[in-house]
Design a protein around this ligand. Sequence first.
Ligand code: TMP
Length: 217
Amino acid sequence: MNMQPGKLITFEGIDGSGKTTQLRLLEQYLAARGFEFISTREPGGTDLGLKIRAALLDGAKGSVEPLAELLLYAADRAHHVRRVIMPALDAGKLVLSDRFYDATTVYQGYARGFDLGLVRYLNDLAAGGIRPDLTLLFDIDVETGWQRTHKRSLENNDSESQPNRLDQESHDFRQRVREAYLEIAALEPDRFRVIDAAGTIEHSCERMITEVARLVN
Ligand code: TMP
């Protein structure tokens, strides 16, 4: 548990899992009920983080050394936690974060193959003792996730919807990420809720609201 009076809810899942859409729906739910909350994301929850995000995601496949990638995600988090998350939790707010350190565990640890002890050390260092109170894992099979990401990039012109450097990774990489998320979720059943994201937006949303209501009411 965090020492802070606020609560941290993190959103995780492979690309195309719909986690960001669900985060937006949760914002509407919380706003309608008068909750004080902030929404943020990793990488890119601060001005410095936006530069780190661009450095990490705009390049071609292979343009960032894996160790530099690991350290850049940690640097983004170290800044984000201290400048955005901790102050909001101290003020008693709910914090919704689109990804947090579990993403480093699965993408850089399990999928890229960095030593899990090293990844844990960097995650703890960057997070400065912050631990999510609830982590919503939107689970979807890799093929469906990939099709959704592809469809989004065809339908929208904005840069956010275009495939990023990690979207160019192989099917196997995405499969490792999905399996790793499920594995770490099973290790911490008190913190994680796995939400089946293959169905309708409404179905996932209902499940999410049930879990969040348990935490905040
Ligand atoms: P997003 O598209 O959900 O904003 O995430 C950006 C990409 O960064 C996504 O492919 C996952 C990846 N990522 C990592 O590899 N490690 C991390 O620690 C984080 C936060 C994201």
